[in-house]
Each structure stands twice: as C-alpha cells, then as structure tokens.
Design a binder for this molecule. Structure first.
Ligand SMILES: [Zn+2]
Length: 448
C-alpha cells in the first residue's frame, strides 16, 4: 500500500468476481516426494546437455541457509534442484511463475512475490522457511533474467535481511546459461557447456561479526559475473549462424549515429537501419564492425554505454517517456485480464498507467523511490511473444505492451537511473540536514 497516493485509485476497477492472489500465504512444507520429483525431472530435462556443478567451501554447510543465484533462464532452476538435492529448497517466485499452476507452486513450498514491490509479509515466510522448516531459502536477487549476461542491479536490502536471519549465505553462480539461451532469444538454444559453482560466501559466524553493509558488499562481490568475458576466457565458440538474432533488443542504440530503437539483427549481424552500419558478433564472442571503426568489441561495454547515456538524460532532467500500451493484468494466477489500451508515462515522478476499464477510469502510479528496477520481457511467453514491461502494485501486475518498438531496455535503464539519482539526492539532503544540526549543536556548545 506504500505507493498509494491520496485520492488516487491505485487499482484496476475489476468486477467483483475478479480475485487477487494472496501473496501473504505462508509456504507449505515441501514433502520429500516432491523434493525427489523436482530433482528427477530436472535430471531428465538436463539429459544431453553438457554441465558441471562444482561445490566450493561447502564442507559442513547444511540448511538452513540462504541461497542466492544469478538468473539467466529456466535452466537455472534445474541446475539449482540438482545441486541442492536431497535438501528442501523453498523458492521465492514471481506471480507469473504461478500462472496456471498456483497449487503446484504452493505444494512445492514457493513464496509468491510481485516484482519490485515492498512486501512486509515476505519476511514472515522467510523466517518460517529458515527457522521452522530448516530449509534452504532460494532467491534470485536480480529478480529477472540477465539481459546482457552481466550482474543486474541487486536490492540493497540483502545485507539487512541476512544480518537479521543469522544463517549462512551460499551463492550459486551459473555460467553458460545466458549464452545457451539468451534472454533476448531463448527459443533457439546454442551448444554451450554449462558450469555452475556453489560457494559458501558467509558462514553464520561471519554473519554475526560483520555489519549489514559489509554483508551486502560481500554478497555483491560474490554475485559478479560477465558471461561474454567468460566465453572469451574459456575459448568457447558459438558457431550457430543465428547467434546474434535478438541482440538488437539489448543493443538498441547505434554508437555510430546515436539513433535509438532502430537497430536490427539477423544471423550473426547487427545492423543500424538508420545509418546502415553493421557489426558481426564473432564465433569467439567479440563484436567487429564490418566497415570503419569498431566502437565496442565487448557487448556489455556497449550495453553500459547506453545506460550512461540514459543516466545523463536523467541527471539533466531531459528523460521522459510516453506511449500507448496494451495492458494485460494478473491479479490472480489462473487468467490474464484484458485491460485494454492505456497511456503509459515514465518520468522523474515514476511510472503512471492511465486508462478506462469497463467505462471506469483508473490510474496506477508507482513513484521512483518505490522501484529500484523494473521487470521487462523481450518475448513474453505467457501473453504475446513481444516486448513488454511489468508494472506491479501490492496486489496486481500489469503487463504493458508498448506501441513504440524496441523501447523496453531503455525503460529498464531509466527506472534504475531515476532511482539512483533520487536516492543520491535524498542522501545528499539528509547529509546537509545532519551537518546543519551539528553546526547548531556546536553553536550551542560555544554559547554555553
Ligand atoms: Zn546508426
């Protein structure tokens, strides 16, 4: 409810028959038979794939503990189940993971979460898993698939959560999964070996000794990865001729003519349709301009260059976005509701979705400070295989399909950069306020 603005109706005016899924439900105890079935099914689904799981510093580490994994695609879940068997893993899952299968998700002990919202009930479920069930609390703190094979923004509350829970932290880092099924083209897997490390990064004693900030720093350091670098270092060749198809979704801005949203990709070639410049993504994982200067040989460098451009727009107060979107919502888990056309705006005030549902106007607003990131999709498998952006509230999730093409990556950058800017601004003002108080205290002391 924290994002409710007085006088603004922050919900879609559904008919009474539309229920909202109760995300505050306590997780159920996972039966041993389910633990085995998940493991067996994961093993079957991994048949024919080359993978290796390595455990590091895991001697004597038994549940309860917190397991943090990086997230690239569905294959992560199978590897997670294989690596942790025979222990019981309780996953925090997003509401669309419950789509058409809420009972199954409940039976295996999942906890439901709406993305990038604050959920005070989740803490109770986490305590329940760790203290009562003595299980593994499994989280994907990036809260989405990695768009460019590098660490996505992490919530700054992890250190506090771990400090409060007083249990060890294990980090599961997957390598190869992004290259195998990149988020921007997961339908055409490539032949890439998968390698997962499971490492205890904080023991219960270390959690006791360190501050929340230090814990946060340790986790952040342990969660760093760059899959493109990994490919280059391991000398992995991706020979599939379609390897760059979809790459324009993350590399949406041309570094030659600066035009946005006009990039295209086919085969192994990325093209700017505005100026015609072309780049090849080579088999060994580098970009190479077909003519003229190669601006970036490394995909994450191009990606971060785009982010820096968005950051500048935010800092200079130039950033704003407006578009007509088609909205599908998921208040409960069995059916997407067709909400219809709406206006989506994104600017220094945050996200606003305004529209009319069954003759009743509505306005959904999420302020900047309530969202450190946003969930985007390039080929959303549940509604329509196109780009969309998920704006969630405490009891609903709106999947908005923009009319403008290839804009969602920029929306994701802008969400993160607006948050960063706002928080920096807030911290600065707090620092100034404290300095003023201190000055006054000093004055008083001097007078006394
Ligand atoms: Zn261009």
């Amino acid at each position: 409810m924290e994002e409710m603005t007085p006088g603004v109706f922050n919900e879609i005016p559904y008919e009474k028959s539309v229920r909202h899924y109760d995300t505050s439900k306590m997780p159920l105890h996972q039966l041993g038979v389910f633990t085995f079935l998940i493991y067996a099914l994961s093993k079957i689904l991994m048949v024919g794939k080359k993978y290796k799981i390595e455990k590091i510093d895991m001697e004597g580490i038994k549940p309860p503990y917190i397991l943090l994994s990086n997230h690239m695609h569905f294959v992560d879940f199978y590897l997670n189940a294989i690596a942790t068997y025979p222990h019981k893993v309780y996953n925090i899952a997003t509401v669309d993971g419950y789509y058409r299968r809420p009972f199954l998700m409940e039976w295996i002990g999942c906890m439901c979460k709406r993305k990038f919202t604050t959920d005070p009930d989740l803490l109770k479920s986490v305590e329940n898993v760790l203290y009562k069930k003595k299980g593994i609390l499994s989280m994907y703190p990036e809260a989405r698939y990695s768009p460019a094979g590098t660490t996505a923004i992490l919530p700054d509350s992890m250190g506090m959560l771990v400090k409060k829970m007083k249990v060890p932290v294990v980090v599961m880092l997957h390598h190869g999964n992004y290259l195998y099924t990149p988020f921007w083209n997961y339908r055409k897997p490539r032949k890439v070996p998968l390698y997962t490390t499971v490492k205890c990064v904080l023991t219960a004693e270390e959690v006791q000794e360190l501050s929340a900030v230090e814990i946060q720093e340790k986790i952040t350091a342990a969660m760093q990865y760059d899959e493109h670098r990994w490919q280059q270092e391991q000398g992995i060749r991706i020979t599939e001729p379609h390897r760059a198809e979809g790459l324009h979704k993350i590399l949406y801005q041309c570094p030659h003519c600066m035009t946005e949203s006009k990039m295209e990709s086919k085969g192994a070639i990325l093209t700017c349709s505005a100026c015609g410049k072309q780049w090849e993504w080579t088999e060994d994982g580098y970009l190479r301009a077909l003519e003229g200067e190669t601006e970036f040989t490394h995909i994450p460098d191009w990606f971060e260059w785009e982010r820096a451009n968005v950051r500048r727009e935010v800092e200079e107060g130039r950033y704003s976005f407006e578009d007509e979107v088609e909205v599908f919502s998921l208040p409960a888990c069995m059916k997407f509701q067709k909400v219809g056309k709406a206006k989506l705006t994104h600017n220094a005030d945050g996200f606003t979705v305004e529209g009319i549902y069954k003759d009743k106007p509505y306005r959904i607003h999420r302020p900047v400070q309530g969202m450190y990131g946003v969930h985007i999709e390039y080929d959303y498998c549940y509604v329509r295989p196109e780009d969309c952006i998920d704006i969630s509230t405490h009891n609903d999730s709106l999947y908005c399909y923009p009319t403008k093409q290839n804009v969602v990556t920029k929306l994701s950058f802008a969400t993160e950069e607006l948050y960063r800017f706002k928080m920096k601004d807030r911290l600065e003002r707090r620092r100034q306020r404290l300095a003023r108080v201190k000055d006054k205290d000093k004055e008083k002391e001097a007078q006394a």
